[in-house]
Design a protein around this ligand. Structure first.
Ligand SMILES: [Zn+2]
Length: 155
């Protein structure tokens, strides 16, 4: 098996909820990098997306939402620390989001492996930014902007 941090092969090592490591030092290093990445995601706006959304952007978008949720909503009353895995929560966010994306934009199939997400998918075309935002709002992942905001400008 390969270390989740340094990618070296090892036969006996260290397991934590994020993966398998050849040593506790590698586990600590990986946790440190992961926390810095989470901090970076927290500094980004929830709807920061390019006009044409590729798979990488979509995965970053759902992970960012998961990290924001854990940071703001669930930190005090959420699941126990060990169950707070933004990467896993982001898969649920992705699943909810894709229910509101037209099927012409992606292909999905059921995962045969038991230790993986239920579904895998790939995009067949880049998604327009507005479509992703609208899908997230329909799924209840993002709040829709107040309807009166455009009228306020004219009064
Ligand atoms: Zn290692």
């Amino acid at each position: 098996m390969n270390c989740h941090n340094c990618h070296q092969k090892f036969s006996s090592g260290y397991i934590d909820p994020a993966g398998f490591y050849c040593s506790t030092a590698c586990a600590d290093t990986h946790a440190h990098h992961l926390n810095r990445f989470y901090d970076k995601l927290l500094s980004e706006g929830l709807t920061d997306l390019p006009d044409e959304v590729e798979l990488f952007d979509l995965e970053r978008f759902t992970l960012r939402i998961a990290v924001h949720c854990y940071n703001h909503e669930l930190a005090r009353n959420g699941p126990p620390m060990l169950a707070r895995k933004p990467e896993i929560f982001s898969l649920i966010v992705m699943e909810q989001l894709l229910k509101h994306v037209p099927a012409m934009y992606f292909r999905a199939w059921r995962n045969p492996e038991p230790f993986n997400s239920d579904y895998s998918f790939r995009l067949t075309a880049p998604l327009p930014r507005e479509l992703v935002i609208a899908a997230a709002q329909k799924a209840g992942i993002l709040q829709a902007p107040p309807r009166t905001s455009s009228k306020k400008a004219s009064t």
